[in-house]
Design a protein around this ligand. Structure first.
Ligand code: NIG
Ligand code: FE
Length: 418
């Protein structure tokens, strides 16, 4: 099956010349290609062809993207999409002066969503979560990471992972399940950390990997959640079992999480709102992706991560929504891109690399997706724009008009503009 993605205004290739990520100064180059179309064969990018030399009859299907912008399929590398209920009441409490940490301390926060998830069946969760994934696809997202972390019991963590894996099989995009049993201590283990960690290391981790329910293990290293020693214990076991590691760290406090992430060669260190200046170089010089989540800073009215310092010191920076009910009830990656520009002073080019190739690295898929290079999956987001800064300038607006996964159109805006 040979297809042609025909005559876009511009192809934003994000060519990495085989490196499959961009760090530091390299983030500022997108390698756009003009006057070319893309040849796709069996779902893979086969070649680029000059528009003046196209022979239409050589293709089984022509996808006309005239005057539109082609980007790699966008990648959401950090989300908590698998939740039930909402936390509008806590949002109001915060508007009246309470802080996120105070609410968590008082038994609300993550644990109130845990209660809602425990009350929901597998079928309930399927119904609640499906429209959220469809919404991401409509934004041009072709790979989506989803964490567990709102079950926090043997039964409910597995239930959440089974829901995520159900969508992984059913839907045409890549869905990457992450086990986040160490999100916080559930109320019944509030004063029994030892046994909750034991539940994770001795029961959940072996079962999940044996049943192929998750390839990544994440944790929340924070005063209100897990200490660096506790995270280290969980990661040591996880690594032994063959998991890949990621870590929520340096969100509100510096309690040693960054060193644990580096020690275990995590794929990413996420949040970093309060990373210390003197620690930036350690992360920036490593291969650990810095996943920045400016939606959290916006939603909690809190510090933004030092994106400029990280990039200037050579870090591999990615961006994501962190979509969740408590600290970033924002399901709009395009809005996050605008926030990164306005609040973290990232350049348009850096932002595009951060939601494509570097986000792909955070989920260990950067050899297959994240850039428009020959041999990679034919995953594209087709924007109704002449040039990429328009995506960031039109704040909160969805300019994606078509999402293509492995060469197939999986979303088309209705009525489509052609
Ligand atoms: O990434 N930091 C911890 N976890 C989420 C928040 C989850 C919640 O409040 O429900 C985050 O910000
Ligand atoms: Fe998160």
């Amino acid at each position: 099956m040979k297809k042609l993605i025909k005559e876009p205004s511009q192809i934003v290739t994000i060519n990495t010349f085989g490196k499959n990520y961009k760090r530091g100064k390299d983030l500022a180059s997108l390698e756009p290609l003009y006057d070319h179309s893309i040849i796709v064969e069996n779902g893979i990018i086969k070649d680029f062809i000059k528009n003046s030399t196209i022979n239409k009859h050589r293709f089984d299907e022509i996808i006309d993207v005239k005057d539109r912008l082609v980007l790699p399929g966008l990648i959401e590398c950090h989300t908590h999409t698998a939740f039930a209920g909402n936390r509008a009441n806590e949002f109001l409490m915060r508007l009246n002066g309470a802080t996120y940490e105070e609410i968590a301390e008082a038994g609300g926060g993550i644990n109130s969503t845990v209660k809602a998830v425990r009350q929901s069946s597998f079928e309930d969760l399927i119904k609640i979560i499906r429209p959220r994934i469809d919404n991401f696809i409509s934004q041009g997202i072709t790979a989506l990471e989803i964490k567990s972390g709102y079950g926090l019991s043997y039964y409910d963590e597995i239930k959440l992972l089974q829901v995520i894996n159900y969508f992984k099989k059913l839907l045409p995009i890549d869905i990457i399940p992450t086990f986040l049993g160490a999100h916080t201590y559930p109320l019944e283990y509030k004063n029994d950390h030892k046994n909750y960690i034991k539940l994770i290391t001795d029961e959940l981790l072996p079962f999940i990997i044996k049943n192929n329910l998750a390839e990544f293990v994440d944790a929340f290293c924070e005063k209100s959640a897990f200490s660096s020693e506790e995270v280290d214990k969980i990661f040591t076991k996880a690594k032994k079992l063959g998991y890949k590691i990621r870590l929520h760290t340096e969100q509100f406090n510096n309690i040693g999480g960054l060193d644990v992430a580096l020690k275990h060669k995590a794929y990413s260190a996420d949040h970093l709102e309060v990373i210390r200046d003197e620690d930036i170089h350690k992360l920036a010089k490593s291969d650990v992706v810095s996943v920045l989540l400016p939606g959290v800073s916006f939603f909690l009215n809190y510090n933004y991560a030092p994106a400029r310092k990280l990039i200037d010191q050579d870090a591999i920076v990615a961006l994501s929504t962190d979509y969740n009910p408590g600290s970033s009830n924002i399901q709009n990656l395009h809005f996050i891109m605008s926030l990164a520009a306005l609040q973290m002073k990232m350049k348009a080019e850096e932002i595009i690399c951060a939601v494509t190739i570097n986000a792909a690295k955070a989920i260990n898929m950067n050899d297959k997706i994240g850039s428009i290079e020959i041999g990679k999956q034919a995953d594209f987001s087709i924007f109704d724009a002449k040039n990429y800064p328009e995506i960031i300038y039109n704040i909160g607006q969805n300019l994606n008009s078509m999402t293509i996964k492995k060469g197939n159109i999986i979303y088309k805006r209705n009525p489509e503009i052609s």
